[in-house]
Design a protein around this ligand. Structure first.
Ligand SMILES: [Zn+2]
Length: 62
C-alpha cells in the first residue's frame, strides 16, 4: 500500500456523520438539515425533528 492510499483510507475511517439533535440518528450529509446556532451547527434528520427542536428553542427563549 502506498502512503497516498493509506492516507485515503484513514480519511474515510475518520468521517463522522452528523447526528440529529432530536433523535440522535446518524444523518447522511446529503439529507441533513443544518442550522447555525452561534458558534456551532446543529443537524436534523428531517423537518419534523427540526420543528421539534425549534419549538423547544422558542420555549427556552421566552
Ligand atoms: Zn431526527
Amino acid at each position: 500500500m502506498t502512503t497516498k492510499e493509506r492516507a485515503k483510507e484513514k480519511k474515510e475511517v475518520e468521517v463522522v456523520l452528523p447526528t440529529c439533535e432530536i433523535c440522535m440518528k446518524e444523518i447522511p450529509s446529503s439529507a441533513a438539515l443544518s442550522v447555525e446556532c452561534g458558534e456551532y451547527v446543529q443537524y436534523f434528520c428531517g423537518s419534523d425533528c427540526y420543528a421539534r427542536w425549534k419549538d423547544k428553542a422558542d420555549e427556552a427563549n421566552k
